[in-house]
Design a protein around this ligand. Sequence first.
Ligand SMILES: *Cc1c(COP(=O)(O)O)cnc(C)c1O
Length: 249
Amino acid sequence: MSDPRTPTADRVGELTDRLAAVRERVAEACRAAGRDPSEVGLLAVTKTIPAADVAALVDLGLDAFAENRAQEAASKVDEVRALRPDASPDWFFVGGLQRNKVRTVLPWVTRIDSVDSPRLARAIDKEVAKARDAGERGGPLPVLVQYSVDGDADRGGVAPEGLVELTDLVTELPGLELAGLMAVAPLGWEPDAAFERIAEAHRETVGRHPGATVLSAGMSGDLESAIGHGSTVVRVGTALVGDRRIASE
Ligand SMILES: *Cc1c(COP(=O)(O)O)cnc(C)c1O
């Protein structure tokens, strides 16, 4: 696997154009919804691309990246740090997380966005306490609870009937801080119908836990609809990076 410090000029040009197009889509969706573009953060999902591409995105001004596999992420974060030592982007974890992988994620993660069970929440809390005892971490770790509007547990997310219990638990665990919800529009659903229900669940959550202001919803294919329903973070992969894959995958 070649690992140049920067991608080819062609690739940098492609990333530049794609980023401009994504920013324009976000801006246009905000205009249509009467929202200020500063209300909607852009989280670049870099799970399929090499560290050098991420470094190029850092050069283009992005500072928030998301990964969905603990192992791939840990080494990529290190590589990006080596490539751009002066940058300190935020890294988010958005994938299914096994409890025994929490330890792999904790050293680099800014926020875990895919907390979808009481067992996982407790496992994170335990690791945060260990890291605190070891002097490696200070305060609680911000997390999002991943919400599954159709209750399909196979694709991650807590089912609607479990949402209150899980968000209440997260606010009770000393090592965690509930920052909000993450959700995906289920396959086969009209995005508007899905994001309306998701926004409703988010409003209810904020009603119980006023600090849970983040709503991470919307991806390459449906970010306009999500922004129209109040999303505060869009997670964009394909539209930003293309469908390139890391050579080893
Ligand atoms: C891959 C992924 C995305 C990005 O999806 P695209 O359709 O490529 O924009 C967003 N959220 C999660 C949780 C993902 O795994």
